[in-house]
Design a protein around this ligand. Structure first.
Ligand SMILES: *Cc1c(COP(=O)(O)O)cnc(C)c1O
Length: 415
């Protein structure tokens, strides 16, 4: 990457960027919510559009000079509509949480009731957690997964909906490895006069590629990020039925945001274009195949996987039979050159800062070209690192292997 001006003007930031590039190049990254955006996306995001104010929407701006900003945002909207088959799309939310905020503020009043998936069962902070604005503003109720199977308990969803009569039901997760039955959620929402918000932040890329059923026909609102399996720039988006188009647009701007990040919207447009290709579909298929293979290999080593496997890009590893906490496993793996995050497992008795689990995902390693064979190598390294989590010399040896594997699949030189 050409960073000559940055190098001259600000050596400290330049050095940090170089070190980050090296980190992303040399580590095996299994963080399920991360990915490598393409060079084209990085170029769009680093473009002159970073300078442009464009409050409002295409053809209805509060600033002059928006001709090209309009072209960019219109392309982003049209491509997203086509890709997901949505009536209406808003591409301005700065993040997934902002997208959810816009939906909640559009249709809820303070103290209204929302029903979401519990954070420790795989839900997201913005689905009602007490430390999030949703938990502060609304009456929150939660459903979870079955203790034996790890699958979403649809009976519990129905019972909770009947009991708490929510104004909106939220479906979508950050750490759930199975197909989500959006149609069944929609039925329960209708039976209870509730709206349905499907948050596809994690699985948007799989849905775009047709590998996971789409919530578009079933949900009143669909929110997403654009940077997880979607492999675009960091950001959010909202899709909704035409009848909600006006209130959603008004709530995003001027309701909760000021000027849109047109440079990010340009990068979102590129991501949507990339997502329409055959290559993207094949990529998503490989993401799923890699996740299945990694889960199988880990099981052969004696690891327990929540739900006993995966249908998507991630899995939750239950470490309770391995005599190690999520926190210690994360630390050991980082030394061994493998970046993961600790994660609560359903019914975890440890606090969020410790946990009994790991969340592993394959989007990043698949983007750099790894396939099933490499998943076998990675499973092997994970097992050795966790078995030897307090032997620094063994962890260092594994990190050499991890680096060699990473070197065979370059990121930035190949983009
Ligand atoms: C990641 C995620 C979000 C939020 O994304 P941010 O861009 O980090 O705000 C929202 N919902 C779900 C289910 C997520 O996994």
């Amino acid at each position: 990457m050409n960073l000559q001006y940055l190098k001259q003007i600000d050596p400290e930031i330049y050095e940090a960027v170089l070190k980050e590039i090296q980190r992303e190049e040399e580590k095996i990254i299994l963080i399920a919510s991360e990915n490598y955006a393409s060079r084209a996306i990085l170029e769009a995001q680093g473009s002159a559009f970073t300078n442009k104010y464009a409050e409002g929407y295409p053809e209805r701006r509060y600033y002059g000079g928006c001709k090209y900003a309009d072209e960019v945002e219109t392309l982003a909207i049209e491509r997203a509509r086509k890709l997901f088959g949505a009536d209406h799309v808003n591409v301005q939310p700065h993040s997934g949480t902002q997208a959810n905020m816009a939906v909640f503020f559009s249709v809820l009043n303070p103290n209204d009731t929302i029903l979401g998936m519990h954070l420790t069962h795989g839900g997201h902070l913005s689905h009602g957690s007490p430390v999030n604005f949703t938990g502060m503003l609304y009456k929150t109720f939660f459903y979870g997964v079955n203790k034996e199977t790890g699958f979403i308990d649809m009976n519990e969803v129905r019972e909770m909906a009947e009991r708490c009569k929510p104004k909106i039901i939220v479906v979508g997760a950050s750490a759930y490895s199975r197909i989500i039955d959006f149609e069944a959620f929609s039925k329960i929402a209708k039976e209870n006069n509730a709206l349905l918000l499907a948050d596809i932040a994690h699985i948007a890329g799989l849905i775009a590629a047709g590998l996971h059923p789409s919530p578009i026909p079933h949900a009143d609102f669909v929110t997403s990020t654009t940077h997880k399996t979607m492999r675009g720039p960091r950001g959010g988006m909202i899709m909704c039925k035409e009848k909600y188009a006006k209130i959603i647009d008004k709530m995003v701007f001027p309701g909760i945001q000021g000027g849109p990040l047109i440079h990010v919207i340009a990068a979102k447009a590129v991501a949507f274009k990339e997502a329409m290709t055959e290559e993207f579909k094949q990529y998503q298929q490989q993401v799923v195949r890699n996740a299945k293979r990694l889960a199988e290999k880990l099981k052969e080593f004696g690891f327990k996987i929540i739900t006993n496997g995966t249908d998507n890009h991630l899995m939750l590893v239950d470490l309770r039979n391995m005599n190690i906490t999520g926190k210690d496993a994360e630390t050991a793996l980082e030394i061994a050159g493998i970046t993961v995050n600790k994660n609560a497992i359903p019914y975890d008795d440890k606090p969020a800062s410790i946990t009994s689990g790991l969340r592993l995902g394959t989007p990043s390693v698949t983007t750099r070209g790894m396939k099933e064979e490499e998943m076998d190598e990675i499973a092997d390294m994970i097992y050795s690192a966790i078995k030897n989590f307090n032997k620094i010399s063994v962890l260092k040896d594994i990190s050499v292997k991890a680096k060699n594997l990473a070197k065979r699949f370059p990121v930035y030189s190949s983009l």
